[in-house]
Design a protein around this ligand. Structure first.
Ligand code: GRF
Length: 199
């Protein structure tokens, strides 16, 4: 069995895509051990609850120092002994101790074609605003391994999406999610699950 922990901060539409593909066994022999959120209000936690998946919030402002938060986050992850950690809209910097312990076992979904429009400050709608401001005709999404940098780890998968006349950042974000993110993230997990399960 391939155990994954999904880390979230918001609506959880990427989490939902993973849940659906695990349930339908398109991602075989895989179990979502837990959903860990940086916010108690994340709808992604509701999606976990609706699907009988343990959900926890580890909230930075509950801790006196970043070090205490980092330790608590690592301890929470360790409880579920994941084979893979999936960052699906997780907006908090992943502590170095987590990256060290789970090296090459953390992946992230980024809503652009890395190396364009990535790195510090490029998250959520800001990415799509920058794409539109630059006048790009094509954008997309990227799944990559997570290392100590921001969006700098080895690329696993990418999918291009057309930019259309009159697109707003919100319309473009939705198209990138529907036509790229919700496809390549489950596909990447399936590939890693198959190699983990020796298939
Ligand atoms: C997605 O756009 C993803 O690319 C980015 O954060 C957003 C998360 O959305 N990393 P959701 O919570 O999966 O709906």
């Amino acid at each position: 069995m391939f155990n994954i922990v999904v880390m979230v901060s918001g609506g959880g539409t990427n989490l939902q895509a993973i849940i659906d593909k695990v349930k339908s066994k398109e991602i075989p022999d895989t179990n979502i051990s837990a959903v860990i959120s940086s916010s108690r209000k994340a709808y992604a936690l509701e999606r976990a609850k609706q699907n009988g998946i343990p959900g926890e919030a580890v909230v930075k402002k509950d801790f006196q120092t970043t070090e205490e938060f980092n330790k608590a986050l690592l301890a929470t992850i360790d409880k579920y002994s994941p084979d893979l950690i999936v960052l699906a809209g997780f907006l908090v910097i992943v502590p170095e101790e987590v990256i060290r312990k789970y090296r090459n076992r953390i992946i992230n979904i980024h809503p652009s074609l890395i190396p364009s429009f990535c790195g510090d400050g490029f998250y959520g709608l800001k990415v799509h605003e920058a794409v539109l401001n630059r006048g790009c005709k094509v954008t997309g999404a990227t799944v990559h391994f997570v290392d100590e940098g921001t969006d700098t780890g080895p690329i696993i998968a990418q999918k291009a999406v057309s930019v259309q006349d009159g697109d707003t950042p919100e319309v473009l974000q939705k198209r990138v999610m529907e036509e790229a993110e919700w496809i390549i993230l489950p596909e990447a997990i399936k590939k890693l699950a198959l190699s983990h399960n020796g298939k």
